[in-house]
Design a protein around this ligand. Structure first.
Ligand SMILES: Nc1ncnc2c1ncn2[C@@H]1O[C@H](COP(=O)(O)OP(=O)(O)OP(=O)(O)O)[C@@H](O)[C@H]1O
Ligand SMILES: [Mg+2]
Length: 284
């Protein structure tokens, strides 16, 4: 068996209990102090996420969220090592939202499937989180996995509800996907309804990106080169709210629905479920 490169006895025991012995490990990502492995055995498959250094607090926060949120068949176990925190979740089989739109991006076909994909992502955010008083806080094209049993939302390190707020810092979420009203604030400074409205903006930006292959804001038109700015500088420009949306229109009907969301203030945005319904109407 390959070895996890950290103090691993407890994690291996958990993974073996879930997957059987003779585990196979594949490192999926390693960034910002968190490493994710795809772990497979004869009886199952799990995701193992270990945070150390800067990533330790985020992974232990995600474990606390998963325990509180208690989504069926999601968290297997979590704990702390000497200098890390870890969590083991079920492995969700299926394409990410980004992958699910590959056919449309590459050939312009598969619109019905694309709309269903987008709508089921929005509906999952409504059902799993917003209906229950939770906010995701870090939605993006890789954080929805479209399984045969529905969409599973992953990477819940910044997910919160009243009483279990994210740290009141900016920098949560991807700069390009934060709504103007959140760009200069910490997600924890928002009221719950404001957090849900921010998720809806990010959902629209996510679907736009998956469908068009480009993030929605037209930085060039605003004279901005994001790569030359720090995150704080870019967020200050986003907060000012004067960056237009990109004008390429590979899918005008879909982009028209998303554009309305992206140009709305937080109080005028639809709910995630209403957005799902507007998307589904495009298919009929
Ligand atoms: N339970 C799971 N099932 C399937 N794939 C998963 C699962 N957990 C993680 N992954 C894969 O690993 C990737 C990284 O996981 P995750 O987003 O939780 O980690 P991260 O290090 O916090 O990433 P980010 O850079 O977005 O903060 C995901 O985009 C996905 O491809
Ligand atoms: Mg992630």
């Amino acid at each position: 068996m390959e070895r996890f490169p950290f103090d691993h006895a407890e994690v291996v025991a958990v993974a073996e209990a879930a997957c059987g012995r003779a585990l196979r490990l594949r490192e999926v990502t390693s960034r910002r102090g968190a490493v994710v492995w795809d772990v497979t055995g004869p009886e199952g498959r799990v995701a193992v996420k270990v945070g150390s250094g800067d990533g330790e607090a985020a992974v232990s926060r995600e474990a606390a969220v998963l325990q509180e949120l208690d989504v069926p068949d999601h968290l297997v176990a979590s704990g702390r090592g000497t200098d890390n925190s870890w969590l083991v979740t079920r492995w969700f089989e299926g394409p990410s939202t980004w992958d699910a739109f590959a056919r449309f991006r590459e050939s312009g076909t598969g619109r019905t499937e694309g709309i269903e994909t987008a709508a089921e992502l929005c509906e999952a955010v409504a059902t799993t989180l917003h209906d229950r008083g939770w906010v995701h806080g870090d939605l993006h094209p890789d954080h929805g996995i479209h399984t045969s049993g529905g969409v599973r939302l992953i990477d819940l390190a910044w997910t919160w509800r009243e009483g279990l707020r994210p740290p009141p810092v900016t920098g949560v979420g991807i700069d390009h996907f934060v709504p103007p009203e959140l760009a200069l604030r910490g997600a924890g400074d928002l009221p719950l309804a404001g957090g849900a409205a921010a998720d809806v903006y990010t959902l629209a930006a996510t679907v736009w990106t998956c469908a068009t292959g480009c993030r929605p804001l037209d930085y060039a038109a605003a004279g901005i080169t994001p790569e030359r700015l720090t995150s704080d500088q870019l967020r200050a420009r986003i907060a000012a709210g004067r960056i237009p949306l990109r004008t390429e229109e590979p899918w005008p009907e879909l982009q028209s629905v998303l554009r309305q969301v992206l140009l709305s203030g937080p109080h005028d945005r639809p709910s995630a479920r209403d957005l799902a319904h507007s998307l589904i109407r495009l298919a009929s």
